[in-house]
Design a protein around this ligand. Structure first.
Ligand code: ADP
Ligand code: MG
Length: 228
C-alpha cells in the first residue's frame, strides 16, 4: 500500500478523541522534494493528520511509514531523534523562543543536534539571508513583525537540513501580501534544497504553491495516490 518512491506514507489512520472521530480512515503520501497541500474545512482533521505523520501523536490504528520504517515500531526516543534530525516544523504563530535572538532561534535545531555555536549561527544566517531576514539576527521575536517572524520560523525549519517540513497554517496569522511572500520563499527554499513539504491550509491561495492537493473531509483524506 506504499506508493512507489514515497518518503512518508500514512495508511488508513483512525484517531478518536472521546467520542469525536478526528481521523476516520485517512491515507496520505508525500514524495521526496514534493510540496503537498492538505486542504479541508476547519475541524476536518488536518492538524491531527499532520501530528500523526510527524510522530507527535499516535493514531488508534493505521500505519505510518517514513523512509521504509514504521513509526509505531520505533521507541519514543527514536521518534524524537527522527523529528530532530529529519523533520522541520512551522506553525501558525512561529513559536520562536522569545528569550533568544532570531539568529539563536534559527540556530537552535543545529545546536540541539550537537553543532558548535559558531558553525550553527553561520548556517542560520545563510538561511536567514535566503528568507530575507538576515538583518534581524540580533533582534528578539517580540521586536519583529508577524511576516518577519514566520520567515525566521521557516529559516529555523530548514536550518538543520530536514527531509520533510510540516507547516500547519503557516500564513494563518498574516495578511495576504505577507502570506504570499512567506509561501513563495518557503516553497522556493524547500524546492531548491529538495525538502518535502506537508502544508496544511484551508486557503486555496496558499495551496496554489503546492505540487499537489489532498482534501480532508470528516477525517478522511482523499489522496489520489491511494486508490480507495
Ligand atoms: N486534543 C484534542 N482533544 C479533543 N478533540 C480534539 C483534539 N484535537 C482535535 N480534536 C477534534 O478533532 C477534530 C479534528 O481536529 P483538527 O485535526 O484540529 O482539525 P483541523 O486542523 O482540520 O481544523 C475536531 O473535531 C477537533 O475538535
Ligand atoms: Mg488545524
Amino acid at each position: 500500500m506504499i506508493p512507489a518512491g514515497s518518503l512518508l506514507t500514512a495508511h488508513d489512520l483512525h484517531k478518536t478523541y472521546g467520542s469525536t472521530p478526528a481521523l476516520d480512515g485517512a491515507s496520505f503520501s508525500v514524495h521526496p522534494g514534493e510540496v503537498v497541500a492538505v486542504m479541508g474545512p476547519s475541524g476536518s482533521g488536518k492538524s491531527t493528520l499532520l501530528h500523526c505523520l510527524a510522530g507527535i501523536i499516535t493514531p488508534d490504528s493505521g500505519t505510518i511509514t517514513y523512509a521504509g520504517r514504521e513509526l509505531s515500531a520505533m521507541s519514543d526516543a527514536e521518534r524524537s531523534a527522527l523529528r530532530r534530525s529529519e523533520f522541520g516544523f512551522v506553525f501558525q504563530f512561529g513559536q520562536l523562543v522569545p528569550e533568544l535572538t532570531c539568529v539563536e532561534n534559527v540556530a537552535l535545531p543545529l545546536r540541539l543536534n550537537g553543532t558548535r555555536r559558531r558553525t550553527a549561527e553561520r548556517t542560520a544566517l545563510e538561511w536567514m539571508e535566503r528568507l530575507e531576514v538576515d538583518d534581524l539576527g540580533a533582534k528578539r521575536p517580540g521586536e519583529v513583525s508577524g511576516g518577519q517572524g514566520q520567515r525566521v520560523a521557516v529559516a529555523r525549519a530548514l536550518a538543520a537540513s530536514p527531509k520533510v517540513i510540516f507547516a500547519d497554517e503557516p500564513t494563518g496569522a498574516l495578511d495576504s501580501l505577507n502570506g504570499e511572500r512567506v509561501m513563495q520563499l518557503l516553497t522556493e527554499a524547500a524546492r531548491s534544497a529538495g525538502v518535502a513539504v506537508v502544508l496544511v491550509t484551508h486557503e486555496a491561495r496558499v495551496a496554489a504553491y503546492s505540487d499537489r492537493d489532498v482534501t480532508v473531509r470528516d477525517g478522511r483524506a482523499r489522496d489520489m495516490e491511494h486508490a480507495v
